[in-house]
Design a protein around this ligand. Structure first.
Ligand SMILES: Nc1ncnc2c1ncn2[C@@H]1O[C@H](COP(=O)(O)OP(=O)(O)OP(=O)(O)O)[C@@H](O)[C@H]1O
Length: 276
């Protein structure tokens, strides 16, 4: 299969596909990051359309977390420019941070606060009035099925509960663009469905979700638009149909794009499962 990087569709700004071009949610140009000898992100250019559910997919080590960390202002690029919602992430960090919500990989939370206190703290940091924070926190805790655990300390939350409270904290100020690194990892199907519902409602209002995942079925069922990354480069980008191309599923298109035909162990594991 051809590299479909050129299938990129710039968003056209109207539901009917009119001529006006909308500002992309994210615009990345010439982005590089190296860790010593290791090139993690290799000069990528990328525009992510606004108002969409965008998936960033790629195998382990592809550079997804490094890219999202740079785009959200958590990691300084070696080279390149990044704009989010029309503002330069590194020249104008306060403008950008007021417009984004982030659920990073390996989320660190204030463990000795309760879920409710964590939201109150985040809301006040974001400059929201106390009664508004209370109202939003109550609604988010309720919708995310955390109301019963709101007074428990975060340190006692399960993995899925931590993802949900992290998501609530990231949504509290109603950001324009929400970045989620592996939001469904360690989350049970019921909680995943709840998170999905919240995110779908959020994007219907015109906001943008950018999330990274390895789970192709999930990306296929949730996303309008995907970018496929491998070895620090963008291998394909576009609507699901464009990236899928003639392949029967996103999973098979993905395997072809990243050049992973599924390594056969051959004779190298001949001891495994043999006589003991
Ligand atoms: N802080 C770091 N120091 C050294 N190397 C790093 C660092 N962070 C990332 N890397 C390397 O950069 C490459 C890209 O890593 P990254 O975590 O961005 O990939 P990923 O696509 O998010 O992978 P995964 O799906 O496994 O989370 C990998 O080779 C990784 O080892």
């Amino acid at each position: 299969m051809q590299d479909r990087a050129d299938t990129r569709t710039e968003t056209d700004g109207t539901a009917a596909g009119g001529a006006r071009k909308a500002r992309p949610a994210v615009r990345v140009q010439g982005l590089w990051k190296r860790f010593g000898e290791q090139v993690a992100v290799s000069g990528i250019d990328l525009e992510l359309p606004a108002g969409k559910f965008v998936g960033l997919v790629g195998p382990n080590g592809a550079g997804k977390t490094t890219t999202l960390s740079m785009v959200t202002g958590l990691l300084r690029p070696d080279q390149g420019t990044i704009e989010v919602a029309g503002h330069d992430v590194w020249a104008d960090p306060v403008e950008v941070k007021s417009r984004i919500g982030v659920l990073p990989e390996g989320l660190r939370l204030f463990e000795r606060l309760s879920g409710r206190e964590l939201l109150a703290y985040n809301g006040r940091l974001r400059g929201l009035p106390g009664d508004e924070v209370d109202k939003r926190a109550t609604q988010l805790l309720d919708v995310l099925d955390l109301a019963g655990s709101q007074h428990k300390l975060v340190v006692d939350y399960s993995t899925g509960m931590r993802k949900k409270i992290g998501l609530a904290a990231a949504l509290l100020h109603n950001p324009e663009v929400l970045f989620l690194d592996e939001p469904f990892e360690g989350v049970d199907p019921v909680s995943a469905q709840t998170i999905r519902g919240v995110l779908e409602r959020y994007t219907r209002s015109g906001a943008t979700v950018v999330f990274s995942s390895h789970v192709m079925e999930l990306v296929e069922s949730l996303c309008d638009w995907v970018a496929v990354m491998a070895a620090g480069r963008i291998k394909a980008r576009g609507t699901l149909d464009e990236v899928r191309g003639d392949a029967p599923s996103l999973q098979s298109a993905f395997l072809e794009l990243v050049g992973a035909g599924g390594r056969d162990a051959g004779d190298s594991l001949d001891w495994l499962g043999g006589a003991r």
